[in-house]
Design a protein around this ligand. Sequence first.
Ligand code: NAG
Ligand code: NAG
Ligand code: NAG
Ligand code: NAG
Ligand code: NAG
Ligand code: NAG
Length: 475
Amino acid sequence: MSSMHLLLACIFFTSVLCIRQPILSVTSKADPIYTPHWSSLDARPLPSWYDEAKVGIFVHWGVYSVPAYACQDGLAEWYWWFKQQNYLGCQTAWHNTTYGPDFSYTDFAPMFKAQLFSADRWAKLFKKSGAKYVVFTTKHHEGWCNFPSAEAWNWNSVTNGPRKDLTRLIVNAVRKQGLRMGLYHSLFEWFHPLYLKDKANNFTTQVYVDEILQPQLHQIANDYAPDLIWADGDWEANDTYWKSKEFLAWLYNEAPNKKEVIVNDRWGANVESKHGGYWTGDDRWDPNSIQKHKWEDCFTVDAGSWGYNRNATFSNYLSIHTMIDLVVGGVAKNGNSLINVGPTADGLILPIFEERLTQLGEWLGVNGEAIYGTRPWVEPKDVDVTPGKNITVWYTTKKDALYATVMGWPYDNIVKLSLPVPTQFPEVQLLGYNGTLGFNYNEQGLNIRMPSVPSQLASQWAWSIKLIGFKHKSM
Ligand SMILES: *[C@@H]1O[C@H](CO)[C@@H](O)[C@H](O)[C@H]1NC(C)=O
Ligand SMILES: *[C@@H]1O[C@H](CO)[C@@H](O)[C@H](O)[C@H]1NC(C)=O
Ligand SMILES: *[C@@H]1O[C@H](CO)[C@@H](O)[C@H](O)[C@H]1NC(C)=O
Ligand SMILES: *[C@@H]1O[C@H](CO)[C@@H](O)[C@H](O)[C@H]1NC(C)=O
Ligand SMILES: *[C@@H]1O[C@H](CO)[C@@H](O)[C@H](O)[C@H]1NC(C)=O
Ligand SMILES: *[C@@H]1O[C@H](CO)[C@@H](O)[C@H](O)[C@H]1NC(C)=O
C-alpha cells in the first residue's frame, strides 16, 4: 500500500485501523533473504504465474536474421559460428557466392534495419496466440545486444543496425497487451576476446564475467524488470565461473521485480536439471512422463531453426496439430511450452508463423479451460486403441474436473478411455459444445459419444472433454 493509499484509508476508516497498520507490517513475516548457495536459492517457491500461464512465445532476432540462412541442419542463428569453423561446406560455399569470401559476419549488422518493425503488431499477435508470456533474445551467442549495452558499444541495436532499443519497444508493447515479459541472455559469446582468454585460462580468470556478462545481466534486470530471465550458452563453464549463484541471490533479494521473477536452469554446465528455477533439459525437450519439478519445452515452429531461415520449406514448419499435441502433452506432464518464431531482419513475423499462432489462439480460445491453471493427473496419457483409431488422449485436471484432450476424431464418434472410472453423479461435457455427452462404462473402459457433426463444432484439430465425477481406475 502506498502512503497515498494509506492516507485515503485513514480518511475513510476509523483511526483504530490507521494505528494498527504499522503494527501489522512490523509483525508480518519478513521477506526471506537468499544466499548465493543452491540450497538457499532452490528453496525459493516458483512464483505462481508461471505454472498458470502454460504457453509462451520465444523470439530469436539478431544479426543472424540478415543472412537468415541455413542448409542441412537448420540453426540459422548459428551462422557466424558455422562460417568461422567452416562447419558446413554448403553454408560456406553459399556465403562465398552470395556475399563473397571477404564479407565478414559483422558486415551484416548495418543491414539489420527493422524498417517494417512494429512492436505493437507483434505483441497483438502474441496475445492472439493465447500465450501468456514472451521471451525475447536480448543477446544470443553472437554477442549482439538488442539493448543499449555499453559493453557492446558498436555491436548493439542502438548504435548500429536498427538504431533502436528493440528490447524496450518489445517489453512495453508486450506489457500493454497484459502479457508477462521474459528476457533471454546468452552467458557466453562465441568470439568475445575476453571470454576466449578466460577459456584459454581454463576459466580460472573471470574477466569476461566481471566486465561484460554481469554488468549486462544487472542492466537488463534493472532496466526492464523482467518477469523471467532465460539463461543460455552456459555449457562450457560451471556456475562458479559465471557467478550465477551470486547473480540469482541479488535477483531474488534486490532486483526491481524480485517477487515475481522466474529463471530457468541454464546457469552452468553443472546446473542444468539440478538447480535454478524451472528445468529446460535439451532444446525441444520431452521428458515422456510427469515431472515433479516444473519444466519447459522450448520448440520451434520452423522445426529446424530458431532464427529465421529463408531456405526453409513449407514442410519444415510444424502443423498446428503437432503444435497442439506438444502443448497439451507438455501440460499433462507438468511442463510449459515456449514456442519460437524467427522474425525477418526488416521486422516481420511472416504469415506462416502468424497463421500457426492464430490457429493456436483459436484452439485455446475454446479449449483453454483444459490448459491454463491446470495440474497433471495421475497419468498424462491414454490411447484409444480401438482397431482403426490409435488416438492419443492427454489428461489435465483443475478443481473437480478431469480433462481428456483427444488428438483425433473417432470415425464412429465414440471415444474410448481406459483410465477414468465414474463415481457419484458423473457428467461428461465437450468444451465449446452446449449440452452433455452420453457415455457408458464397463470393464473395457469408458465410451463417450461425441456429437455426430464435428464440422459444426467450435474447435478443430483436437477436442477437450470435461469429466466431472470421475477418478483414476487405481484409486
Ligand atoms: C570460401 O572462401 C574462403 C576464402 O576464400 C575459402 O577459404 C573457402 O575454401 C571457401 N569455401 C568454399 C566452400 O567455397
Ligand atoms: C588447462 O587445462 C589443460 C588440461 O587440463 C592443461 O593442459 C592446460 O595447461 C591448462 N591451461 C592453463 C592455462 O592452465
Ligand atoms: C568450477 O570451475 C572452476 C574454474 O572456473 C574450478 O576451479 C572449480 O573447481 C569448478 N567447480 C566445480 C564444482 O566443478
Ligand atoms: C535449401 O534447402 C534445401 C533443403 O534442405 C537444400 O536441398 C538446398 O540445397 C538449400 N538451398 C541452398 C541454396 O542452400
Ligand atoms: C499410433 O500413433 C502413434 C503416434 O501418433 C504412433 O507413433 C504409433 O506408431 C501408432 N501406432 C499404430 C499401431 O499405428
Ligand atoms: C451455447 O450457449 C451459449 C449460451 O446459451 C450461446 O451463446 C451459444 O451461442 C451456444 N453455442 C452453440 C454452438 O450453440
